[in-house]
Design a protein around this ligand. Structure first.
Ligand code: ADQ
Length: 471
């Protein structure tokens, strides 16, 4: 089996962007995957969003252009154990270094595996031996193992969108050995950063007794596979276009009028405890407290659409943020100025682009983040003549590339307030220089480059890994 560029692509992800979902809403990743599938023809396999007891192994299949969609319905209890349980109650906190929030229940682990088995059973009859299968994210780590058990020997790649924790943290997971054994059934494992790659390879060599060869080729028991960094990007051209198009739009005019000449600092994050939102709010409060010259002259806007409301920690975070926002506004607001605008809803990409472009400060301060696309979107949306400043957590994957940002430690509230002050006072020359460094990175590695590179490397993967035939 060669690395034919024409082999069919099969994408597996929990959520599938339907063909009707317009680019303005679907987000860069969904659009890029849909394009990659459309170019070579392909299959997108995922959850239908529906549950039903004793669901069928036959997915709902329909075609749109050159893309076939296959959507599977899940058993309600398995779906809960899989999504809210093991994926988002165990793996998500683990990979974001939040051991205090980690819950591990065997029933969730079993439900997680059952959903992966169900996916494999339903996907297998749709596969051709030459297909290239690209599995997305921590919901489906065991999928390759389940497909191999059922006899599929073709190319399977996995991309992990979130951080890979260092071995000392990863070892807290009772199922750590089984999970890495599952990973070894892929041909290519993609992570966001070199730090993530180092963390996984260190675990493999020190704990799993595997070997590592140059180029990230790993030997674990009878399997050979490759681990490499594929930092994800954005559709830079589309963001630049949307941001330019927003100039003079009705929305942009309303935003400017509402600011009445004040500087805008913006944050856009899913309402998630990995995003460091309480610390960001506290740092803004600290800025107003210690640098009173910014009172009444800067407005912060935090856009945080509610996410994973079925997980208790997310509901608690929402309450905490409402309290913090109320406290800051209660303390510092004037009759004609509200310091913090806090919005819990999604926006169209064009509106986000207008807000980013207007903002003098982009505040991206996660406690941990695989990459963080908002940081890149903020850069792409700036006016090159008068760009804003990105304040970026050193613990976001994006910090590796966006070296023109002011890097901060999100645990250091006073340090973040100092960084916001420095960004607000930064002269134009320095803003331009920093922005140019960042923009070169954003344009040099787009979502299209990322897709192509992963598919290209997965296409050729089997040729040099030389795995023995399956049992
Ligand atoms: P997320 O944790 O969701 O992604 P991020 O990379 O910032 O984080 O992507 C969020 C996306 O949603 C951005 O494109 C943003 O524009 C959009 N978005 C956020 N709020 C929105 C709103 N109110 N309205 C409309 N759109 C909104 C995970 C990992 C990240 C990794 C990505 C991609 O956690 O680290 O960068 O996957 O691999």
């Amino acid at each position: 089996m060669g690395g034919s560029v024409l082999a069919r692509l099969v994408v597996v992800s929990n959520r599938v962007a339907s063909p009707k979902e317009r680019a303005a809403k679907a987000g860069g990743l969904a659009v890029a995957l849909r394009e990659a599938l459309g170019t070579r023809g392909g299959l997108w396999f995922g959850w239908s969003g529906e549950t039903q007891p004793n669901p069928s192994d036959t997915p709902k299949v329909f075609r749109s252009g050159r893309v076939t969609y296959a959507l599977l319905t899940l058993d309600p209890e398995d779906q809960r154990a899989h999504y809210a349980g093991y994926a988002n109650g165990t793996l998500w906190p683990l990979c974001h270094y939040r051991l205090g929030l980690l819950s591990f229940r065997r029933a969730d682990w079993e439900g997680y595996r059952r959903v992966n088995e169900h996916f494999a059973r339903a996907l297998l009859p749709l596969l051709q031996p030459d297909d290239i299968i690209w599995v997305h994210d921590y919901h489906f780590i065991p999928l390759a193992a389940e497909l191999r058990k059922r006899g599929f020997e073709g190319r399977i790649g996995y991309f992990h969108h979130i951080p890979w924790p260092t071995p000392d943290v990863f070892l807290s997971l009772p199922s750590h050995a089984a999970l890495v054994q599952d990973l070894s059934q892929y041909d290519l494992v993609g992570l966001q950063t070199e730090d993530d790659v180092r963390a996984l390879l260190t675990y493999i060599s020190s704990e799993a007794r595997g070997w590592i060869a140059p180029g990230g080729v790993v030997g674990l028991r009878e399997r050979r596979f490759r681990v490499a960094a594929f930092p994800i990007g954005i559709d830079a051209t589309a963001f630049v276009r949307d941001a330019k198009a927003s100039v003079g739009s009705d929305e942009e005019r309303r935003l400017h009028e509402s600011l009445a000449g004040r500087a805008l600092a913006v944050g856009v994050d899913r309402l998630d405890y990995s995003k460091g939102l309480p610390g960001k709010f506290a740092a803004f409060g600290e800025l107003l407290s210690r640098y009173p010259q910014h009172r009444s002259t800067v407005t912060m806007m935090q856009i945080a659409p509610v996410s994973r409301g079925e997980v208790a920690e997310y509901r608690a975070l929402r309450r905490e943020l409402e309290e913090l926002a109320g406290a800051i506004n209660g303390e510092y607001a004037e009759f004609d100025w509200v310091p913090l605008r806090y919005l819990n809803r999604p926006f169209q990409r064009a509106t986000l682009a207008a807000i980013y472009r207007t903002a003098r400060l982009g505040l991206v301060t996660p406690l941990r983040d695989g990459m963080n696309l908002v940081a890149k979107e903020y850069i792409a949306a700036q006016n090159p003549e008068d760009p804003g400043v990105l304040v970026l957590s050193r613990f976001a994957g994006a910090a590796d590339e966006l070296t023109g940002a002011i890097l901060v430690n999100p645990y250091d509230i006073e340090g973040m307030a100092d960084a916001m002050n420095a960004a607000l006072l930064m002269p134009l020359d320095e803003r331009r220089e920093r922005w140019q460094v960042n923009m070169a990175k954003v344009e040099g590695n787009t979502i299209h480059d990322w897709c192509e590179r992963f598919i290209h490397e997965l296409s050729g993967a089997i040729d040099h890994l030389d795995n023995p035939p399956k049992r």
